[in-house]
Design a binder for this molecule. Structure first.
Ligand SMILES: [Zn+2]
Length: 205
């Protein structure tokens, strides 16, 4: 092969598109410059399965950048909520996990779009009291089966409340995602919806 054709083969087609060092997305998809982190009174812990490799559509890192109180951890298991968070947690029962189990808001007798459920997947009696006490949310990021693996490997989540979402709007990422979650939302959509609803409960006190 001549030097010339070698050079031709090495041009644009095979040149890797660089990733943004902050959001880890390919540069053409980066929106970092437009992000101003939002301060919220509710903390966010995003646990990402190590095999979640959806660089183009994944939203975990983006979510963490949008909220000042958000922490993103990549891994499979942690011994406790405080170890996962990297700081003290006074009361894990004031944290809620966005639950992935079979409970669907549509099947529950409610017109709310965020619902606290018990271990049997039934609606808790005092929704208002539970939701207004929530200090932090745990989101499991990955495909449905990856999120499920995270759930089973982190027994401390049993101490947390469980909430489910019933979005009235379909996901904007919708059909693009390979294996949508039961509620059909991307991580960033779920985070935005949860925080918006829970902050309303706090304000109503
Ligand atoms: Zn970026």
């Amino acid at each position: 092969m001549s030097r010339q054709s070698e050079a031709d083969n090495g041009t644009a087609a095979t040149e890797a598109i660089p990733d943004c060092p902050r959001c880890h997305k390919p540069m053409p998809l980066c929106v970092c410059d437009g992000i101003t982190p939002i301060e919220t009174r509710i903390s966010l812990l995003i646990l990402q399965h190590p095999q979640e490799q959806d660089r183009a559509l994944g939203t975990a890192r983006l979510t963490a950048m949008h909220f000042a109180s958000a922490v993103l951890k990549i891994g499979l298991s942690w011994p406790s909520l405080s170890r996962a968070l990297g700081g003290p947690v006074a009361d894990p029962s004031r944290w809620a996990v966005l639950y992935l189990g079979s409970a669907k808001v549509a099947d529950l007798e409610t017109d709310r779009d965020i619902v606290a459920i018990n271990r049997k997947g039934e609606i808790e009696d005092n929704q208002r009291a539970i939701l207004k006490d929530i200090e932090g949310i745990v989101l499991l990021d990955g495909t449905w089966s990856q999120a499920k693996a995270l759930w089973w490997r982190n027994a401390w989540m049993l101490k947390c409340k469980r909430v489910v979402l019933g979005p009235k709007q379909p996901s904007r990422y919708g059909a693009l995602r390979r294996e949508p979650r039961a509620d059909g939302l991307s991580t960033i959509e779920a985070a935005a919806m949860l925080l918006a609803r829970l902050l309303c409960f706090l304000d109503a006190v």
